[in-house]
Write a protein that binds this ligand. Structure first.
Ligand code: SAM
Length: 236
């Protein structure tokens, strides 16, 4: 945790916060902080700054904080991701938040196992917990927008055109199209497939919607690695 994220509920009076639970344990066990020390803090959805530990006990910690620094800008990226297996999903939420992705759409595709849609990791509280870990890791305060699209065709035909508008759209598909461009640093929509890849029909639907197929060379990366590699390559 490189930033202690505060929520309005933690702040009982202006500039003062009381924390317990996971964040307190982290400060005690990992930071091994003491009363009087300073920690980096941020208000969820707001500014970042510093907090002085006024008191620290196993049950609760009192902080006096000042916020004066805006969080880093988000990447102008909408990531369309075929729903990954639950074990990977948890990590991907953290990665997406840590890398500063603005919007994540979890969509269905033919090679997504139906059972993945019933995963408890898709519940709102579970998603939020993982996103918060990613924000704390990278020192950001703003949650990415998460959209869940359990039906491929209605999503691609009815809602995707509005998402893609005013962005350059790419679909990552091994062996297809051009090598993925580098450092585009512009508003992008990027589609990444499931463990088994997109089927040809799905790639065709993306192309019809204005997506350019791109590849990363001969090596096939795991979904989790492809998310990081493609994002880092497109925004340098
Ligand atoms: N056997 C699958 C295939 O050939 O499409 C592999 C799928 S890969 C594990 C999962 C997703 O990561 C792919 O659908 C693609 O979006 C992305 N990906 C992984 N390696 C890639 C590469 N070398 N080029 C382009 N996309 C890649």
């Amino acid at each position: 945790m490189n930033l202690l994220l505060l929520t309005p509920e933690d702040c009982h009076e202006p500039g003062m916060a009381r924390l317990d639970g996971r964040r307190l344990r982290h400060v005690l066990d990992v930071h091994r902080a003491r009363a009087g020390e300073t920690l980096r803090v941020g208000l969820l959805g707001g500014l970042m700054g510093e907090a002085r530990i006024e008191s620290l006990a196993p049950e609760a910690m009192l902080l006096q904080f000042t916020l004066d620094t805006p969080p880093p800008p988000k990447l102008p990226l909408t990531l369309l991701l075929s729903l990954p297996r639950p074990k990977m999903l948890k990590r991907i939420f953290q990665t997406v938040a840590a890398m500063g992705v603005e919007r994540l759409v979890l969509m269905n595709s033919f090679r997504v196992e139906k059972s993945f849609w019933t995963s408890p990791w898709l519940e709102a509280d579970a998603i939020r917990d993982q996103l918060l870990l990613g924000l704390e890791q990278s020192r950001d305060t703003v949650l990415p927008e998460i959209i869940i699209e359990p039906l491929f065709k209605p999503f691609v035909e009815d809602r995707l055109p509005a998402l893609v508008r005013n962005t350059r759209a790419l679909v990552a598909h091994p062996g297809a199209g051009q090598p993925c461009p580098v450092a585009l640093n512009q508003p992008l929509t990027l589609a990444i497939g499931p463990e088994g890849g997109f089927i040809p029909y799905e790639v065709e639907k993306f192309v019809e919607a204005g997506f350019e197929p791109v590849h990363l060379g001969a090596r096939i990366l795991r979904v989790e690695t492809a998310v990081t590699a493609l994002t880092a390559r497109l925004f340098a």
